[in-house]
Design a protein around this ligand. Structure first.
Ligand SMILES: *[C@@H]1O[C@H](CO)[C@@H](O)[C@H](O)[C@H]1NC(C)=O
Ligand SMILES: *[C@@H]1O[C@H](CO)[C@@H](O)[C@H](O)[C@H]1NC(C)=O
Ligand SMILES: *[C@@H]1O[C@H](CO)[C@@H](O)[C@H](O)[C@H]1NC(C)=O
Ligand SMILES: *[C@@H]1O[C@H](CO)[C@@H](O)[C@H](O)[C@H]1NC(C)=O
Length: 387
């Protein structure tokens, strides 16, 4: 209200109850997009021991990961058949507090988007963490699962494949060689856009395991994201992302100077990924569930179009706020002109009903705009999965 009166708008106080929710509406829209991957090993029941164990994990694992120097933690809670295995990893360029906050959210998102699923992985667009929990002991192996391949729909025309290969190969080599299994890099070749890349393995992998995890990523990228402006491959054991803009904190850890001599031929023994366009309502996790070698590939709107969408929504919400402001003003003026006669209990009641009606509409609108489906908006254009 202070803001409103300071700009001299003659608004009635109850209008704040209309305008503030509208502004709040913008908050979830700026929240990070998430990519859940729900498993196939069954559901737990509400109020079950499994759920209690999951709650216990969600209260301990984020702290445990955030307090480790590598921002990584695994944990096991409970006994068969209610045992849960979990793995949490934050990006190497984030800090402990952001890591903990991200993982707390990831537990909530995992349970919300993979409702009652015993096995779920959660990845984010810009939040700096990933999480997986499962009733299967995936911690006993280094097998990479819940793989998602996500490419920008914006193209990078005539971009030499050799540059992309150089970026991927050099970054992978450096990540594999680093003690944290994490590297950010930059490849700057005159007359081509600068490329930025980030690769990370869970730090418990050996260098060989990390290399084995990233090798197929490079091939997925060369095969499915050739000519794309950016993309990422996400998995429970390693992740890769590249863009034409810097998306990580700090300076690149690696500046790539030497170009590779040639692009090696594609390895045809890597898991085959075939195209099957998914309907808008279908999330990637509902794709056919082949085991292990499963990968899902999607395209998403690029950085700019998401920004544009946010802009449009912001402007629309502001216009709507102003429109409501004017209506409220008119109503208020009319009421005032009619004099003080009507401000007895009936007028009061009348006003209260009107404002609560307004709030009800808004609450309905907010509920629906913050629903999980919203996070899929502008996301899945094409989903591909193994057979
Ligand atoms: C941690 O990172 C977040 C997000 O980048 C930042 O806002 C915050 O200030 C950082 N906290 C510390 C203690 O550095
Ligand atoms: C980089 O490329 C070379 C030549 O193809 C290959 O021997 C090496 O294993 C690659 N490194 C990684 C980390 O992919
Ligand atoms: C691996 O790291 C060591 C030091 O940590 C460095 O001396 C070596 O050159 C690195 N190797 C590669 C291939 O980057
Ligand atoms: C090709 O990919 C398969 C499966 O990812 C792997 O086992 C094999 O070592 C790869 N071969 C080469 C030459 O990279």
């Amino acid at each position: 209200m202070r803001f409103l009166s300071s700009v001299g708008l003659p608004c009635h106080p109850w209008m704040a109850t209309v305008i503030l929710p509208l502004l709040l509406l913008l908050v979830p829209l700026t929240a990070a997009q998430m990519w859940p991957s729900c498993g196939e090993s069954g559901d737990y029941e509400s109020k079950s021991t499994y759920e209690a164990n999951l709650r216990l994990l969600s209260s301990t694992l984020p702290k445990k990961a955030a307090s480790s120097t590598t921002l990584f933690a695994t944990d096991t809670v409970g006994n068969v058949p209610n045992v849960i295995f979990a793995l949490a990893l934050c990006r190497g360029d984030t800090n402990s507090s952001a890591c903990e906050g991200c993982l707390v959210t990831a537990f909530q998102d995992g349970q919300e988007h993979c409702t009652n699923n015993k096995d779920a992985a959660v990845y984010y667009d810009s939040n700096p963490c990933m999480l997986r929990f499962s009733n299967q002991n995936f911690l006993a192996t280094t097998v990479n699962e819940h793989i998602l391949v996500i490419g920008s729909i914006e193209s990078l025309m005539n971009f030499p494949k050799l540059l992309l290969f150089t970026l991927l190969n050099s970054t992978a080599q450096s990540a594999v060689n680093s003690s944290r299994r994490f590297t950010t890099s930059r490849l700057d070749v005159s007359s081509f856009p600068t490329l930025y890349c980030l690769m990370q393995c869970t730090p418990d992998l050996t260098a060989d395991d990390c290399a084995a995890c990233l090798r197929p990523y490079n091939q997925y990228t060369l095969k499915y994201m050739d000519g794309k402006k950016g993309g990422r491959v996400l998995g429970t054991r390693c992740t890769m992302r590249y863009e034409t803009f810097p998306f990580f904190q700090g300076d690149p850890m690696l500046r790539i100077i030497n170009l590779a001599t040639e692009v090696p031929p594609n390895n045809n023994t890597m898991p085959i990924i075939t195209a099957n366009p998914a309907p808008q309502s279908q999330s990637p996790v509902e794709a056919p569930p082949p085991p292990e070698a499963q990968a899902t590939i999607q395209e998403l709107h690029g950085h700019n179009s998401r920004k544009r969408a946010l802009w449009i929504i912001t402007v629309a919400a502001l216009l709507l706020s102003i429109f409501l402001c004017i209506i409220c003003f008119v109503v208020w003026m009319r009421r005032r002109r009619k004099g003080r006669k009507r401000t007895h209990w009936l007028g009061d009641w009348n006003r209260r009903v009107r404002s609560s009606f307004c709030l009800t509409c808004l609450r309905y609108y907010m509920l629906h705009t913050t629903s999980p489906k919203k996070t899929y908006l502008g996301k899945v254009v094409l989903a591909l999965s193994t057979r």
